[in-house]
Design a protein around this ligand. Structure first.
Ligand code: PEP
Length: 255
């Protein structure tokens, strides 16, 4: 399908996969996705598997991403990992502000902003997650919440930096629930996000930024979602944990 921006499909493995399981999965992905250049592809394993997976993916068409980072450069921050450490193990991307981090680990728009800036300063490409909960959608607050996530999370970025960011619109009610936003619901919010990006920078930069959809993406719904003009890819959770589903999603969006 003809798209304004190259599609970008990323797998968020969350807290899944030992090193052995991760390397098995990535070997299968390398085999089945070899040579695909018309879609950008990335996987985001847990920290413990980044190094071995990065070694296997070096110089391939599948890029590596972290699932989080801390904004300080080094020091006494037990349990944290910084941008330079992610670069060191060959990460190209890093997820920032995933709803599970907002929900369970006190991530705020302010910390998302600090992490996004730290990633960009280290030349890591952030995938910044935004999206409303079910209660927020049902009380008509979707746009207000998404607006806060985008404007505060990306505040102070130059147009040049903004062009390096991917936004993942992930309605919280669709993550891991099997409920997917309709392609029309997704398109409405994606178009709204693009308007906000133009406010933050300019229309030309906003038109360059890729906006992924995330929330129960699977082989059966990926093509329909990607057929929307402002849906530029997907952040895939559950269905990225098996080679068969992740490969099928990528094959289906190329049709
Ligand atoms: C996610 O983790 O970003 C996600 C969208 O998960 P799932 O695809 O399982 O809903």
């Amino acid at each position: 399908m003809e798209k304004a921006r190259k599609l970008f499909i990323a797998g968020n493995w969350k807290m899944n996969k030992t090193v052995a399981e991760a390397t098995d999965l990535v070997k299968a992905l390398k085999r089945d996705l070899a040579g695909i250049r018309d879609v950008d592809i990335a996987v985001c394993p847990p920290f413990t598997a980044l190094y071995p997976v990065g070694q296997l993916l070096d110089n391939t068409n599948i890029k590596l991403g972290g699932q989080d980072l801390y904004w300080e450069k080094f020091g006494a921050f037990t349990g944290e990992v910084n941008a330079a450490m992610l670069k060191d193990v060959l990460c190209t991307y890093v997820i920032v502000g995933h709803s599970e981090r907002r929900q369970f680990f006190h991530e705020t728009n302010e910390t998302v902003n600090k992490k996004t800036k730290a990633a960009l300063a280290a030349r890591l490409k952030p995938i910044v997650c935004v999206g409303e909960t079910l209660a927020e959608r049902e009380s008509g607050k979707t746009e207000a919440v998404v607006q806060e996530h985008v404007l505060k999370g990306l505040a102070g970025l130059s147009a040049e930096d903004l062009a390096e960011v991917t936004i993942a619109y992930e309605p919280v009610w669709a993550i891991g629930t099997g409920k997917t936003a309709t392609s029309q619901q997704a398109q409405e919010v994606h178009a709204f996000i693009r308007k906000l990006l133009a406010q933050l920078s300019d229309a030309k930069t906003a038109a360059r930024v890729r906006i992924q959809y995330g929330g129960s993406v699977k082989p059966s719904n990926a093509h329909e979602l990607m057929s929307q003009p402002d849906v530029d890819g997907a952040l895939v959770g559950g269905a990225s944990l098996t080679a068969r589903d992740f490969v099928e999603i990528i094959q289906n969006v190329r049709k």
